[in-house]
Each structure stands twice: as C-alpha cells, then as structure tokens.
Design a binder for this molecule. Structure first.
Ligand SMILES: [Zn+2]
Length: 430
C-alpha cells in the first residue's frame, strides 16, 4: 500500500492559504505518516521476496552502447565503503549494479548497456568481458564474507538476471577468476592473479549461499597455456572443490532427471508449468511450458519447482522523487528521460509527459518532482469513463497510480472504484 502526499501542493497552500488550512494540511500529513508506519511491516513482509532496488544511473549511462550478447555475470568487491564506492562507480560507469551492506541494490548502468567493470579480462579465450557480461559490485572486501542481507539480495538479483539472460550458474564468476595481467617485471608471461576481487565467491560453500550450484572445475586459459598462474593462493581459493554435504547432495539428486526418475516423478502435475524450470547439463534453461518433447530431456537435468516467473528486477513500485530516489530526472529515468512513458509531477502541480518538456526543463527539474517511469497516461476519470474503462483489470493493482484533484497520489490497491473523484488522472503500466 502506498500513499504519497504531494509536498509541492502543500507548500502552495501554506503560501497562499490561511493559517487554518495550513494546520489542517499538516494534520493530514501526520495521519498519512502514521498510516505509512502502520503499513510498513506488512509491506516489508509482502515484498520480502523482491528486491530493494533503486536507480542511481551514472551520468555516462546514456553514452554506453548496448551489449550484443550477455554470457556472464561478473561479481566484484568494492574494497571500500558504500557511499564512496557508489560515487566512484557512478562517476566512471563501472558497474551495472552496486549491492550495499544492507542489501539495497543500486542501478548504475542500464543492464543492456556496457559497463566498464572487468578491465583486462579473459575467460575461455574470450577477452574484454565487459562486452559480454553484467557486472555487480558488492560493497565489502575480497577476503570477507557477505552480510546476511547481501546474500539474500544477491541470490534474488542473480536469480532474475540468470532467467532474463539464460545464464547458467557456472557462468557467474568472481572478477579475480577472469582478470589477467600482461607480462611485467615479476612475471615474464601473461598471467592469472592480477587481482583477488570477490575471490571468496569462487568457493563452493559461499556460492551455494547465493543460489549458485556449479562453478568451473578449472581455469580454461591456464589449461590451454594462454595464461600462467601467478597467485597460487588465489588459484587454490577459486578451484579447490569443497565437498557438498551429503544432505544437500541428496536434495540435489532427488531433483535431477535420471534413469527411472522422470520430470513427472519430480514435479508431478506441475511438470509442464511455467513455474517449473529445467536446467540442462549444458547449462541452458527452459520452463515447463516451453518444453515440447519430453522424451528428449537428458539425464542430469536439474528440475527446480516453484520458481517465480521472470519479472524484470521486480520491485516495490512507487512514485520516485527527485532529491530522494535520485539527484536528477536523468538519474532516475536513464535514457527514458524524455519519453512519453515517463510521467512528471512537477512541484507547481502540473502533470507532464517526458516528450512534453524541453531538454532544458528536463535537466533542471527541482527536488520534490515526482516521476513514474514506463507508464501510460490514461487520462482523467469522468462520469462516463470510470477507472475500469481506462485500464481494465489493472485498475486496482498496486502499480497503477491515481492523482486526485487535490494533488495527492494513491496506488490502485488503495482505491474504491465507486468513490474515485471525477477529474482524477490514471497512470498504469502497459
Ligand atoms: Zn573487480
């Protein structure tokens, strides 16, 4: 449940309205605030499965080209605190996401664009992995375990990205596994071991905690002779196999297709549901509803039951506010800043779409401006045009927003269709 009272409107009332109106509004604000406090716990529980994610796009974001393919996810540790790291990563566009110690995720470069995070890198003969990977910076140190909140959030972020880009677990790699160095005064040949970034996430036990069940068994570039090992300790951390405890082994075995154990034996009637995911031995994934030939599933295929459908980085939808969710419109909307589908609630009470505002205005929108990104402006409620006529069954979704004539904004799940005032504007996700 969300309730957002418009500060801009409030300030106007205080300036022009009488003292009483001002008091009344303050009183209302207080009630709303208490209401928010009461709702917080239930909202927290409701979205425990989701991500606490926020856009803090780098000023370089729109200049970065889209990637042609996405084959890997590279994990990094910032080797420094959250605030300084966020500033630096944004300034140079050095990651797609930053994961803070409290589990909060920041978007820095849009996930389809190239971020400069891997530097001199090579894996399986391919170099410059920035062009084929997503980079996640974890606030922390290469030799310290993640916080509990980080493990939970990273597991969810990885789950979503793995589904979106069809990335198998053994293509989620710590930076130290793929970074390499050119010959220097200590090493006469190109070598692995240029840095130890995120090295603990090469360990089986730490990987399991973030939902990764496999990893490369060896370094393909060392094996082929392209690189030499220059850091024995790192090599040991990354490639020593830590045996999986028997209990987990059994659990994994029971969900693996084998002779005498079919998809139906494992998933029962959900065998062909979209919530059942099949991970083939070669790493590709398919959902139950995408499989046509059930006789062709190879032994060794993992079956995951009850997986959520891929929603793009599902999150708590809300009106984002400049000065709170980002320091500018560009930071919040990224390349969508001037699109029709970006809605602006200006501090002087206007509602505009991105294409209606000049570049100059877009770049100078003040703090307190509200924004919805990726929305349809459904127009206003009239006596012969109710919310259902405008957006159909979406009318009461928490992601649909209503701007009432008094300037306040409410989400669909708070609305009673019969009592929405005429003149209320409706915004919904297509
Ligand atoms: Zn790194």
């Amino acid at each position: 449940m969300y309730f957002l009272y418009f500060r801009g409107g409030n300030i106007l009332v205080i300036q022009w309205g009488g003292f009483m109106t001002c008091l009344m509004h303050l009183f209302r604000f207080k009630i709303i605030f208490m209401f928010l406090l009461v709702c917080r716990c239930s909202v927290g529980m409701l979205f425990a499965q989701g991500l606490n994610i926020e856009s803090r796009y780098s000023p370089l974001n729109s200049k970065r080209s889209p990637r042609k393919s996405t084959q890997y996810i590279i994990l990094h540790t910032t080797e420094g605190g959250g605030k300084g790291s966020l500033n630096k990563l944004r300034k140079y566009g050095e990651a797609h996401y930053m994961l803070d110690v409290d589990g909060k995720v920041y978007r820095i470069i849009e996930k389809h664009r190239i971020a400069m995070h891997a530097g001199r890198s090579m894996w399986n003969g391919q170099t410059n992995l920035d062009n084929i990977s997503i980079g996640i910076e974890i606030v922390g140190y290469h030799d310290k375990p993640l916080t509990q909140a980080q493990k939970q959030a990273l597991r969810e972020l990885l789950r979503q990205l793995k589904v979106i880009y069809k990335i198998p677990d053994d293509h989620v790699l710590p930076h130290s596994m793929v970074a390499y160095g050119r010959p220097n005064r200590w090493h006469s040949v190109s070598h692995r071991g240029r840095k130890r970034c995120a090295m603990l996430l090469g360990r089986d036990d730490y990987r399991r905690e973030i939902g990764l069940l496999s990893k490369p068994a060896f370094d393909p570039d060392v094996r082929s002779g392209r690189l030499k090992v220059a850091d024995d300790y790192l090599n040991k951390v990354l490639f020593t196999v830590i045996p999986i405890p028997v209990a987990i082994q059994e659990q994994v075995g029971a969900t693996m297709i084998a002779r005498g154990r079919s998809a139906w034996d494992i998933a029962k009637e959900n065998y062909n549901s979209p919530g059942t995911v099949y991970i083939f031995p070669n790493g590709t994934q398919k959902r139950g509803n995408e499989i046509t030939d059930w006789n062709k599933i190879p032994p060794g295929t993992q079956v995951r039951i009850g997986e959520a459908l891929p929603e793009e980085e599902q999150e708590t939808e809300k009106v984002q506010v400049i000065g709170k969710d980002g320091s500018s419109a560009a930071e919040i909307a990224g390349s969508a800043i001037s699109r029709e589908s970006t809605i602006y609630f200006t501090t002087d009470g206007q509602v505009k779409q991105g294409n209606e505002l000049s570049a100059e205005r877009l770049l100078s929108l003040p703090k307190g401006t509200g924004m919805l990104v990726g929305y349809v402006h459904g127009g206003v409620i009239r006596s012969n045009r109710r919310s259902f006529d405008i957006c159909g069954p979406r009318w009461n979704l928490p992601t649909t927003f209503y701007r009432l004539p008094d300037g306040s904004i409410r989400s669909g799940d708070e609305m009673d269709e019969r009592s929405i005032p005429l003149g209320t504007m409706v915004f919904f996700q297509p």
